[in-house]
Design a binder for this molecule. Sequence first.
Ligand SMILES: [Mn+2]
Length: 361
Amino acid sequence: MRELGKELIIVDKDPQKVETLREEAYEAIVGDISEIETLRGLQTKKLSGVLIVSSDNEANKQALRNVKKHFRPSLYCVARASDVINLQEMEEIGADFVFMPSRIVSKSLSRSLERAESVRIGNQLSQWFSKNTGKSLAVVVHDNPDPDAISGALALKLMAENYGLHPTILYNGEIGHQENKAFVNLLGINLEHMEGRDISEFDEIALVDCAVPGSNNMLSEGTHIGVVIDHHPVGDAEIDADFIDVRPNVGASATIMTKYLQELNIDISSEIATALLYGIRTDTLDFKRNTDPNDLSAASFLYPMADHEVLDQLERPSMSIETLDVLGQAIKNRQVFGSYLLSNVGTSGTEILFPRQPITY
Ligand SMILES: [Mn+2]
């Protein structure tokens, strides 16, 4: 409360405790919170909230009833319960927030475990990079890469550069969809097609957004990999790698990479923040699919650094020149057969049938 800059009045049955609190310069009074007299004494003060936190469930419920009855209804009430049944009862009486100390402890324990794990793997990855300083690194994404794969690779490239490696992002297939092309162009992302490049010219290989060499990437099966970062389940595939981080519960590889950038304290440019945020959003369908709390926390970390004008452009692509071309061709080549208009749109060889009249139902 002191941190929040609020004044606090503490009520306790135990005169000894009250004495100690006063010695620590708290305003404390002796009283039983379940008794209406005690509450009346407080009512004269300008209260913004009441915290009912004794370890006695019955006393807390009685206090809550009294507060609800005798104080203004908008007064914010927090209560402590030792179990779920009391928690529900307190909510029914009208507490705005009920907490269970055991839950808070287990939550904070699991957070601290998660934190320790994240430090541990962050250190491992940083050790791998330190060991390979000066080497060339092929950062390979899956075939026909999407924004998650590309932004994840971009983050890994940045990380590698920070440790003095010489990374190149490599892809196979094509960057399909107008949105993905716009993504690469607007953010000026440099990636090279695998055609004409020999993977053996690189000292080390990293795989991003895919994990198994030869599966959805152009590597040969069984290739030794330095670093694997992915979020797709790999089943029982055996991967020969120095460092593997596959988290099927996470919605995007970009999320995993964002966590590493944070953990290893690597500065992020606006382009990379924008790319990663777009990667997370597209892979999770704007947090509607396979989303984990990590995706949300990574996104909220990236959000203030991202270029929202570029994101806007990516989300509402104007009709592409190619689409306009196809439509133009269709209009030029039109032929009318009865109630249908038939057109040939050239290179794709597809014929399109348009009803001559708009269909109405
Ligand atoms: Mn992905």
